[in-house]
Design a protein around this ligand. Structure first.
Ligand code: AP5
Length: 229
């Protein structure tokens, strides 16, 4: 099963991709994580992408398509990919169709996470993560069980992303509406869209995604019914 999680910044793509990866034999491919790793490592890609990301703009298509193609060539896809943050433009969506086809795979479903723009700034501004294992937290919705200590690895260092401030979040939202939202129509025409309510709590969103994926990857099973939106 190969699926795309599509939604604006802060919609919960990364959160749900992680839950899916932990509960199924799927591999998460997050272009945001890969680009941040390249920036941290100071690679040529990181030098090109860093400034663009800090302004909340999209990194050029050719760079992210190359990144995804190289990752796919490394193998280790389990029973499929969860694409988080890719594709973000029509050119990237066409490249994804091509990359999967070249590897004898296809995209099964696109989960569109519907959220209220106004809630996103609050969500993103409250977000932080463990500096060591990357476990995600939120000031209001998900604090560590023991104050200052990561639930997952027990370490005490936390980080916040450089692009998680109000001005840059607004630029990211603008880029989403202008360049990424048109993908909903692109995938709807392929009959692959399932819309979920991204404003529900994290577990309820996960359940709704689970329902949208029912039957996919099971031989002879039908696609789930399309939901509106
Ligand atoms: P990227 O890292 O992909 O960021 P993004 O799309 O802006 O998305 P976020 O990671 O901010 O949000 P999310 O939807 O994953 O939400 P999360 O689960 O973290 O991209 C960063 C930059 O890299 C881009 O701006 C661009 O420059 C570049 N880039 C990346 N991919 C690219 C591409 N393909 N092409 C070109 N450029 C690219 O949740 C957010 C917070 O809310 C968390 O604290 C979480 O705990 C909380 N939360 C999650 N779900 C819920 C819920 N249901 N209820 C309450 N709180 C929730």
């Amino acid at each position: 099963m190969n699926l795309v999680l599509l939604g604006p910044p802060g919609a919960g793509k990364g959160t749900q991709a992680k839950l899916l990866e932990d509960s199924r034999s799927l591999v998460k491919l997050s272009t945001g994580d890969m680009l941040r790793a390249a920036v941290a490592a100071g690679t040529e890609l990181g030098r090109k992408a860093g400034d663009i990301m800090e302004r909340g703009l999209l990194v050029p298509d050719d760079l992210v398509i190359k990144l995804i193609a190289e990752r796919m060539d490394q193998g280790g896809c389990g029973e499929g990919y969860i694409l988080d943050g890719f594709p973000r433009t029509i050119a990237q969506a066409e490249a994804l169709d091509r990359l999967l086809k070249e590897r004898g795979k296809e995209l099964d479903r696109v989960i569109v996470m519907q959220v209220d723009d106004d809630a996103l700034v609050e969500r993103i501004a409250g977000r932080f993560a463990c500096a060591y294992c990357g476990e995600g937290y939120h000031d209001l919705y998900k604090l560590p069980k023991v104050n200052g200590v990561c639930d997952r690895c027990g370490s005490a260092g936390f980080v916040r992303r450089r692009d998680d401030n109000e001005e840059v979040v607004r630029a990211r939202l603008e880029a989403y509406h202008a360049q990424t939202e048109p993908l909903i129509g692109y995938y709807r025409r392929q009959g692959k869209v399932s819309a979920v309510d991204g404003m529900a709590d994290i577990r309820a969103v996960a359940r709704e995604i689970g329902q949208a994926l029912e039957g996919i990857g099971v031989k002879g099973a039908k696609r789930p019914a399309k939901t509106p939106g």
